[in-house]
Design a protein around this ligand. Sequence first.
Ligand SMILES: Nc1ncnc2c1ncn2[C@@H]1O[C@H](COP(=O)(O)OP(=O)(O)O)[C@@H](O)[C@H]1O
Ligand SMILES: [Mg+2]
Length: 245
Amino acid sequence: MLELQHISYVVREGDGELGILNDISLTIDDHKLVVFTGPNGGGKTTLAKVIMGLVKPTAGRILWNGQDITDLGITERARLGISYGFQQPPRFKGLTVRNLLTLASGDEKLSKDKCCQYLTKVGLCANDYLDREVDVSLSGGEVKRIEIATILARNSQLMIFDEPEAGIDLWSFARLTETFEQIHETGSATMIIISHQERIISLADEVIVVGDGAIRHRGPAADILPRILADTLGGCPVLTKEVKA
Ligand SMILES: Nc1ncnc2c1ncn2[C@@H]1O[C@H](COP(=O)(O)OP(=O)(O)O)[C@@H](O)[C@H]1O
Ligand SMILES: [Mg+2]
């Protein structure tokens, strides 16, 4: 179980302070699929980084399976079974896709078959990618999917995906959504997915709408999705303008 207790993250801005996260508390039970959504700049990535240990909150505590992990770094949290996929993943010149998957799995003898399975789950054809270097020759969407495959290979208890849909074609997106669904159905991990995609939001046990560094709404997808759609339309003058015949 993951518990965030009164998490705030305040940065200095000029002479004043800027609250990026403001007193966020939430509990996520094991094997749940929770989607964070909400407007750009709302604080979703920062919240994910706080959970992973990439950003240290200025107030509050984080508990993982009852243990206070607030002061632990990213490596220690990874050891405790937490993993995070960046919104914009880094590239690793000199390492092949196979190297990365092998490192992530912790199994030096990870078979080619196993590698292929992970890549297939994110909609990549293994034969085309296994020996490719994870450098600038890969597109943003390819690097993104390879990173997601490494998270799957890591087999963590808590997997955090930051906008996994970014830069991915519809076919791979469908494959990826199936993968999330499977993980969820088999109860093999808890997932936090930051997403704007209706298809992913509809898979969630709980949807948490983050805006201005706070939780704006939360609830089951069936309750929250209509509100998000209504908010979106309400906020756009073009879409709400009456069409005159
Ligand atoms: N270290 C920082 N210093 C200043 N502003 C920051 C810092 N980290 C994040 N922000 C700002 O906080 C807001 C929330 O960012 P982010 O968590 O990336 O939002 P989201 O992922 O919801 O789009 C943004 O306005 C971003 O520019
Ligand atoms: Mg973000």
